[in-house]
Design a protein around this ligand. Sequence first.
Ligand code: AMP
Length: 144
Amino acid sequence: MADYKNILVAVDYTEEARKVLQKAKGIAADCSARVTLLHVVETVPVVGGPESFSYVDLYVDQPDVIERALADMKALASNLGIEIHKYLVLTGVPKHEITSSAEEYGIDLIILGSHGRHGIKLILGSTAAGVLHHAKCDVLAVRV
Ligand code: AMP
């Protein structure tokens, strides 16, 4: 096993998040790595006119969504008994936020699920595929 020191685990709100984090726990223990846990509150692209293209927050009516996401991640980690170095809740497009956070925080391994909300019935979901294509570090897609 490669000697990873700084692991980023990306979790959504699917049942599979537990499986992804469980796998990360084992790898982090084997490597004595620190774990950063990330959830992205999704924005969706909208076309506002012929020249404009922007993103809107899916959860614009739920200002507490960041706090709730953080609380959910803490509960999940505590449930699985995994020590988390840093919690990140960002807004944006998951595949972009995951890859840019990995660069920003010097991550050497990204762990995510093979599919989640965007990949039901697919071998690889769109977030997983996007991260695999664009990440500059190793990526582990946990088969869920
Ligand atoms: P998908 O490709 O969107 O079906 O999801 C594949 C995996 O990407 C999921 O199992 C998660 O590990 C990760 N992921 C998807 N959406 C998010 C999100 N909003 N925040 C963090 N990780 C995500």
